[in-house]
Write a protein that binds this ligand. Structure first.
Ligand SMILES: Cc1cc2nc3c(=O)[nH]c(=O)nc-3n(C[C@H](O)[C@H](O)[C@H](O)COP(=O)(O)O)c2cc1C
Length: 352
């Protein structure tokens, strides 16, 4: 089906918040993008779409309750796509059917996860080595999913030799939306992003494309959209750092001045996030450690020498952590950086 042909109503993408603007989505992030996190992001200015962290699919898998909560108790006011990861066609289609009994916007297939434990099993990014398998998986899922079926992938496994073939399979199986992280699996998270491949994909595929990888700010989103011709952007780590980024992208796209964020707003975001993700009976130190996962990214915009990061990584109690936040992010009108400070590196405890 070409982009100009009309699609059945149940396969029309939900309209963006601002009609006519590029799409925005919060990238799925394991152990991060759960229901409370999505709610906090939505309070700062929701993206057009959310995507759950992945549901693992295997012989004994059942939909994990804490992930499903992001769908069944969605407080964001925006659609949530449910992502799955796996390689067994029978169990992938079973899971896709199970997901459709919940209020999901659509089913997303993960073909990008670079964790060796995942790709060794031919799941996630591992699938990119095997176009024949992709053909089978996409074909079976397309037949099973009457609504929106989306794919998130990287540009290749070790190299990009299968890139065009896989894009043609995305077309063949009428995928409704493709999110493309412009790195290979082997490049993990820190190499330069190959926006030229995202541009090539936008030219080749029939469905809308979300450009993903190092969308750090509204200005960078504009550059990437202009260069690649993508239909929108998907933002992961930089939305943890700056949860106002989706609102700022909308402002920028409308030709309005982009809101400046004060350090004190960031301080309030951190405290709201603490309250949102706090588990009633979890030990305080576990809670503080959980916060460090988010603050690793937030700290990239607090000070240019990484002093906030250094201190917060050593905090043990909630009181210590909040005191460090108050000291580095006082109510004195100082601004949070628009772009991450160069050389201030986030060290997430776990990446998918
Ligand atoms: C902590 C973490 C967890 C992630 N978990 C997932 C996941 O569950 N599914 C997925 O498709 N990608 C996952 N990713 C990849 C992101 O969705 C995204 O593609 C990647 O971070 C690049 O985008 P960014 O530069 O905007 O962060 C994860 C990334 C991080 C940093």
């Amino acid at each position: 089906m070409s982009q100009t042909e009309s699609k059945p109503a149940n396969r029309t993408l939900p309209a963006p918040i601002q009609a006519g603007q590029p799409l925005t989505a919060l990238a799925p992030m394991q152990d991060v993008t759960d229901r409370p996190f999505m709610a906090v992001i939505a309070n700062c200015g929701a993206p057009d779409y959310f995507v759950t962290e992945y549901f693992r699919v295997h012989v004994q898998s059942r939909l994990e309750k804490h992930i499903l909560e992001a769908v069944t108790e969605n407080e964001t006011g925006r659609p949530v796509f449910a992502q799955m990861i796996g390689e067994d066609i029978h169990h992938l289609t079973r899971t896709a059917k199970d997901l459709q009994s919940h209020p999901i916007a659509g089913v997303d297939l993960n073909m990008g996860c670079p964790a060796p434990t995942v790709y060794k099993k031919h799941c996630g990014g591992g699938l990119l080595r095997d176009p024949q398998k992709i053909d089978q998986v996409l074909g079976a899922l397309r037949q099973t999913i009457p609504g929106l079926f989306t794919v998130k992938m990287r540009i290749g496994f070790e190299n990009t030799e299968n890139f065009e073939t896989i894009l043609d399979l995305v077309n063949k199986h009428q995928v409704d939306l493709l999110s493309l992280h412009g790195r290979t699996v082997k490049e993990m998270y820190r190499s330069e992003v190959h926006y030229d491949f995202i541009k090539r994909a936008a030219e080749r595929i029939n469905c809308p494309l979300l450009a993903n990888g190092d969308v750090t700010s509204a200005a960078k989103a504009r550059q990437i959209l202009d260069y690649t011709g993508a239909a929108g952007v998907m933002v992961g780590r930089h939305a943890i750092r700056n949860p106002w980024i989706f609102r700022q992208i909308r402002e920028d796209q409308a030709g309005l001045p982009v809101s400046k964020i004060s350090l004190n707003q960031v301080n309030r975001y951190v405290k709201d996030l603490y309250a949102a993700v706090e588990r009633p009976h979890a030990p305080e130190q576990a809670q503080v450690n959980k916060m460090k996962k988010y603050l690793n990214f937030v700290g990239q915009g607090v000070d240019s020498e990484g002093k906030f990061l250094y201190e917060m990584r050593r905090s043990k109690t909630k009181a210590q952590l909040f005191e460090i936040c108050d000291r580095h992010m006082p109510d004195d009108g100082a601004l949070f950086a628009d772009e991450p400070y160069p050389g201030v590196i986030a060290r997430p405890s776990r990446e998918s």
